[in-house]
Design a protein around this ligand. Structure first.
Ligand SMILES: [Fe+2]
Ligand SMILES: [Fe+2]
Length: 368
């Protein structure tokens, strides 16, 4: 099967078929779309055909599966699920100024479909949390220490990205909808850094793990449909930035990305958080896909995604290399920060010294 065949299959799949789909096929669709360069009307048409309903999902088997999972495994996935639930709520709340300020009617029409998608994604998580995890909405999480970290705008990773930078760039658009540059900056953060870079690794890890265990079929179906929706959003972002590039905003796009990349990088490296890897016997129980410790993969994957999409928008390879260097250097800084804070090396260094040496050399740091 060629990647075009794979992409067409994903495009036409119904909700039921999504339960057993490999998420990498959805990423193949994203890449095929990147080459085909669909515009907003083309993406709108796909949205009409790919609509799905949260209320078609039957949670019976998911409830059974969840009740039988060992607590250690639940603990491994629950914070990732919270991060996605909260993230969908944040992006739903901040998109409307971008719809209003979009440069053409076709852009507005596509972004209106995205607004509905984001609301649907938030409702999907709400239903999953309520029916399967028995957690009644985000309010029920308020006292959870991790949730408090996520929602704290002064926390440099998740908090800064979703509770400081995202409201700031979208408020700037709301206050000044005629300023195209501000709108472009909001696309850089929303569509490139959050949707096209940050969300992808976690989505992939959660979907591969639940598939490897053959558990939570309705969660898998819904979350795969969410990922297919995201493929339209991300490729719209590439389109919007290509238009901005054609309008002479190459450097503005690069500067916006450089000034907003620290939050996503800190979110993934989490230098303030002590990492406790599960004991060996536990690691042996769980599939490789969901084991913590694939740090370099987790840090590299988003960068590869960003490079592809900015390249598709026309950004020069010199500028992309600059962003790459920023990302890698910040990871080196953060892991050093971790070592100073906790008096021991970041677990990534122990697990994979070669990965570490390669990261350092790419970041231009002398390997000692
Ligand atoms: Fe979403
Ligand atoms: Fe999205």
């Amino acid at each position: 099967m060629t990647d075009i065949d794979v992409a067409r299959d994903v495009e036409q799949a119904d909700l039921k078929a999504m339960s057993d789909m490999n998420v990498d096929n959805v990423y193949t669709l994203m890449d095929v779309q990147l080459r085909e360069r669909p515009g907003p009307r083309e993406l709108y048409k796909r949205w009409e055909k790919q609509n799905w309903s949260v209320y078609d999902l039957d949670w019976t088997k998911d409830k059974e599966d969840w009740s039988m999972l060992p607590d250690e495994i639940k603990g491994e996935v629950v914070y990732g699920l919270q991060a996605f639930f909260l993230g969908e709520v944040c992006v739903t709340e901040t998109l409307s100024p971008m719809v209003h300020a979009a440069p053409t009617t076709e852009d507005q029409q596509f972004l209106s479909t995205q607004l509905v998608d984001e609301a649907r994604h938030a409702i999907f998580f709400e239903e999953f949390f309520r029916n399967v995890l028995r957690i009644d909405g985000l309010d029920a999480l308020k006292n959870d220490p991790m949730f408090q970290v996520y929602t704290n705008a002064n926390e440099p990773g998740y908090g800064k990205t979703f509770f400081k930078d995202l409201p700031a760039v979208t408020d700037a658009v709301r206050e000044d909808p005629g300023d195209y540059k501000k709108w472009v900056t909001s696309i850089v953060l929303y569509h490139m850094l959050i949707e096209g870079m940050l969300a992808l690794y976690g989505q992939r890890q959660l979907l591969q793990a639940t598939r490897a265990f053959n558990v939570l079929p309705s969660f898998r179906a819904g979350f795969t449909a969410v990922t297919r929706d995201e493929s339209r959003h991300v490729n719209y972002g590439v389109y919007a930035l290509r238009k901005a590039y054609e309008a002479g905003l190459h450097d503005h796009i690069v500067d916006s990305a450089l000034s907003l990349m620290d939050g996503p990088c800190d979110l993934l490296t989490r230098p303030q958080e002590k990492i406790v890897l599960p004991p060996e016997e536990f690691m042996a129980m769980i599939p490789a896909e969901m084991q913590q410790g694939n740090f370099f993969e987790e840090w590299e994957f988003p960068l590869v995604q960003l490079r592809k999409r900015l390249g598709g928008a026309g950004i020069s390879s010199d500028a992309i290399d600059k962003l790459d260097l920023f990302w890698r250097s910040r990871i080196v800084e953060n892991t050093n920060d971790y070592a100073n804070r906790f008096g021991e090396p970041h677990p990534a260094l122990d697990r994979d010294p070669e990965g570490w040496a390669s990261l350092q050399s790419k970041a231009g740091v002398a390997v000692g």
